[in-house]
Design a protein around this ligand. Structure first.
Ligand code: GL7
Length: 833
């Protein structure tokens, strides 16, 4: 029959397809099939890893038809698409999250039971893709979840690092790094696309000429080529048919390149080129904030940016057509300056490969990109030496010079005679060795610029980008960060999720977090409070059990307040301020063993950049203090200290539900937003925090009376620094402070070694760049208040309930809607199920 003819008979209702069916029976059958046909195993001989893989494939199958449908709809409707360009995606385990978003957690659990599987053990088996350092990379992952959930067509572009963030061991109290081999056993969530591959070139020189029409043309003759190959991971939204694409690039040696060298007989040369090419996507740089300035890092940045822009151009030519409308099809969000070279790359491709004149290319480029700034720390602002650029990306350097020349002309016209301003705004920093300021490139090449919390967005305008703000204030925005409630409540805290569901409607709150407000009216209800406390205590029990099995510290979840600081180790985040408080409590207890105090477990987690000496010393200090306190029977009934090794997404999910108190104690003005603050608060922890980053907005939302505030404001910090901050005045002016710092260097925590912690103490007394000493007293007073309130459970529980009830704003769904409406100008494209 001709294909166009309608079928005369509707097929009889068939049993559910075992690759898509969501019933328990289908899931069971699919699981057995996958174990057999993909892993080549039957139950009796399957390893835990086989059991996990079969589960992963069973879940992945169920995402694929939605993925294909999304791709079809996006393509045929020419949907405007967000391309999120990020060097980092800190994804965390996929399996549990995808089960939740598919809406089959419960039925899958029951199917597992009937197959006699240990569901928790299967979830534990997954190695998380740790393709990011901290908040910035995790934010990208939350945004991918929310883009799909709020049904915005999106592609996340990044790097498929073979080694993600290192695994952290603690040996003798010190951090020891182990390489992360997450791909060793295969990655069931990705689909390799060997045919989606682009050449990326480096080095060489440029040749300028004119074409027949007399237009100037540039040819870049590179001396190294690598191939970027796409690996796709589907990202499913919660309860919707939308599946977006996370496309990560792996670097390989191009076949033809190999072949040429091989032809002339240089076999070893060819192998060397292959290794050099593959090195590019080998390893994630483990630095959180400070910039390393390493050549390989610039190569990585250009590598993934070039592949991504080439891919966008390919997609555009395949679907829409003429490149003149490129910016109508795509908006590209630059996640910090790491992908800022995209501005020059799009210009290059449009002009050199597609023969577009400068002005037209600039118009498109300027209307394609938007830039998010994530830090004000001067040492974290990326610059690259002009010499390095010239060697690696000679054509891009020419383009950047030309962008700069044209841009500075407009500055000169606007601000006649203000050459100081011209020098400040230049894309090239001429003080010292000449360097390219990537933030300036990002700003000049973008339509919109935003910070990640209200305070941060204001500070951008008055500090690092002041001149740019004065010149075009309309381009500056704020989009306060958010986190996904799917992973950080539903997946990580199922008991709390269940309790919330009773009050806020099944599923409603998970897609609209503002619905948590329905909890408010019950905040004082003793019945809810009792159940709230049960949920918290159960989570604390889980964590205590886990910690006792991993590291051996025993904590009492019944009597102890769990006081947690989990984030990258950094002086500006002031883990040492927390330690000084612990030491103060320790000394008080030693002086008065009968001190009636609320027992506390001080729990830490966080990695230090491998080259960041002071941060590593802070880890050693925490573990050393822990050793003394935990072994001192005079105090260890009241206080204990635990350092959770290897803080990552998976371990974070164990911490957030179990916290009574969340430590967000950075020096005001330094933490751009923070997102851990949101994760803790969403799980019912109360925050002790400074007026920094998103803390300010969290406090505004939950109410000042439900937030433990201490410390200087950003403005007070600025003033004090301008006046000349003298930490030694504090050290000498406060007996308790002095005695706490002196105890650090006394040898008590270092088996008699009085030198070990000297650098840390000296740095505090003499420089104290993050003003630990100035905020010490306020912090202690605040902590005393906290203990008092914790002693009144009804009050604490009410505050905890209100914190959760008022966290709606901090869903990343809200952040994404803000971007969509205010920055991207893009509408949802719903895909039904
Ligand atoms: C960061 C900020 O330090 C952090 O405050 C913010 O929440 C996060 C996401 O916007 O971005 N900036 C940065 O360079 N890193 C961050 O975590 C590594």
């Amino acid at each position: 029959a001709p294909e166009t003819e309608a079928p005369t008979e509707v097929p009889a209702a068939t049993p559910e397809h075992t690759r898509t069916g969501m019933s328990k029976a289908s899931l069971k059958q699919a699981y057995i099939d996958n174990l057999f046909y993909i892993q080549g195993r039957f139950r009796e001989v399957a390893t835990p890893h086989d059991l996990y893989m079969a589960a992963a494939f069973t879940v992945r199958d169920r995402m694929l038809d939605r993925w294909v449908k999304s791709a079809q709809v996006y393509k045929t409707s020419h949907a405007r698409t967000v391309c999120y360009l990020s060097a980092e995606y800190l994804l965390g385990p996929h399996l549990a999250n995808n089960l939740v978003n598919l809406g089959i957690s419960e039925v899958a659990r029951r199917a597992g039971e009937e197959l006699d599987l240990d569901f928790e053990a299967i979830l534990e088996e997954e190695e998380e893709p740790g393709l990011g350092n901290g908040g910035l990379g995790r934010l990208a992952a939350c945004y991918m979840d929310s883009l799909a959930t709020v049904q915005i067509p999106a592609i996340g572009y990044g790097i498929r690092y073979e080694f993600g963030i290192f695994d952290q061991d603690i040996q003798n109290g010190w951090q020891v790094e182990r390489s992360d081999t997450w791909l060793r056993n295969g990655n069931p969530w990705e689909i390799p696309r060997p045919k989606i591959s682009f050449p990326v070139r480096y080095g060489g020189h440029t040749e300028h000429s004119r074409d027949q029409a007399g237009r100037s043309r540039v040819r870049w003759v590179a001396d190294m080529v690598v191939s970027g190959v796409a690996f796709d991971t589907p990202v499913l939204g919660y309860g919707v048919g939308n599946v977006n694409l996370l496309r990560l690039w792996k670097a390989e040696a191009p076949e033809s390149f190999d072949f040429q060298v091989f032809n002339v007989g240089d076999y070893y040369g060819a192998v060397h080129a292959k290794i050099e090419a593959e090195t590019i996507s080998k390893v994630l740089y483990p630095n959180d904030e400070p910039e390393a300035g390493k050549e390989l890092r610039l190569k990585q940045q250009y590598f993934f940016v070039s592949c991504s822009i080439q891919d966008m151009i390919r997609l555009h030519l395949n679907t829409v057509g003429p490149l003149e409308t490129f910016h109508e099809k795509f908006v590209a969000q630059l996640n910090d300056t790491h992908p800022a070279i995209a501005v020059a790359e799009l210009m290059r491709l449009l002009m050199d490969d597609h023969a577009m004149p400068w002005d037209a290319a600039w118009d498109i480029t300027r209307n394609t990109f938007c830039y998010t700034n994530h830090t004000l720390l001067p040492e974290a602002l990326e610059t690259w030496s002009v010499a390095l650029f010239e060697r690696l990306l000679p054509r891009h350097l020419e383009i950047i010079y030309e962008i700069n020349r044209r841009f500075l002309d407009t500055v000169r016209v606007r601000y006649l005679g203000d050459e100081a301003r011209v020098a400040r705004m230049s894309l090239i920093d001429e003080t010292g060795g000449r360097r390219i300021r990537m933030a300036h490139l990002a700003v000049v090449g973008s339509r919109a610029v935003n910070g990640v919390a209200a305070l941060h967005s204001e500070l951008i305008k008055t500090t690092i980008l002041k001149d740019f703000y004065e010149m075009s204030p309309e381009r500056f925005h704020n989009v306060t960060n958010g986190v996904t409630p799917r992973r950080f409540i539903v997946v990580s805290n199922p008991r709390l999720a269940e309790l919330i569901t009773e009050f806020c409607g099944h599923d409603r709150w998970i897609r609209d977090l503002d619905c948590l407000r329905d909890l408010e009216e019950h905040a004082e209800d003793p019945a809810l409070q009792a159940r709230w406390r049960e949920v918290k205590t159960a989570a604390k029990q889980d964590l205590a059990l886990w910690l006792s099995q991993h590291g051996g510290v025993v904590l009492d979840p019944q009597t102890m307040m769990f006081d947690i600081q989990a984030k990258r180790m950094h002086e500006y985040k002031r883990q040492h301020l927390n330690v000084l408080h612990i030491i103060r409590v320790y000394q008080r207890l030693k002086q008065n063993p009968n001190l009636g105090m609320v027992p506390r477990a001080f729990i830490f987690g966080g990695k230090a950049a491998p080259g960041y000496y002071m941060a590593k010393l802070m880890i050693k200090l925490i573990n050393s203090v822990a050793e003394v306190i935990n072994n001192d029977p005079q105090v260890n009934g009241f206080i204990r200290v635990a350092f959770m090794a290897d803080f990552n997404v998976k371990n974070g999910q164990r911490l957030y539900p179990a916290a009574d108190l969340s430590e967000q104690i950075s020096l005001a003005g330094k933490e751009a937003s923070g997102t851990g603050n949101m994760k803790f608060s969403m799980n019912g922890a109360l925050t002790v925090g400074t007026l920094d980053g998103a803390n300010i907005e969290i406090r505004d939302e939950v109410g000042a009376e439900n937030f433990f505030l201490f410390g200087m404001t950003a403005e007070e910090v600025r003033r004090k620094q301008a006046e000349g901050y003298r930490p030694w005045d504090y050290y000498h002016g406060d007996d308790e402070l002095r005695s706490d710092i002196d105890l650090v260097t006394s040898g008590l925590f270092s088996h008699g070694d009085t030198n070990l912690f000297r650098p840390l103490a000296d740095h505090l007394i003499n420089q104290d760049p993050f003003m630990v000493l100035a905020d010490y007293r306020a912090y202690l007073n605040c902590q005393d208040r906290i203990s008092e309130v914790y002693d009144r459970p009804a009050e604490w529980d009410r505050m905890s309930i209100l914190n959760v009830a008022r966290m709606g704003k901090f869903s990343s769904d809200r952040s994404i809607r803000d971007y969509a409406e205010r920055i991207w100008g893009i509408e949802p494209k719903p895909i039904g199920i």
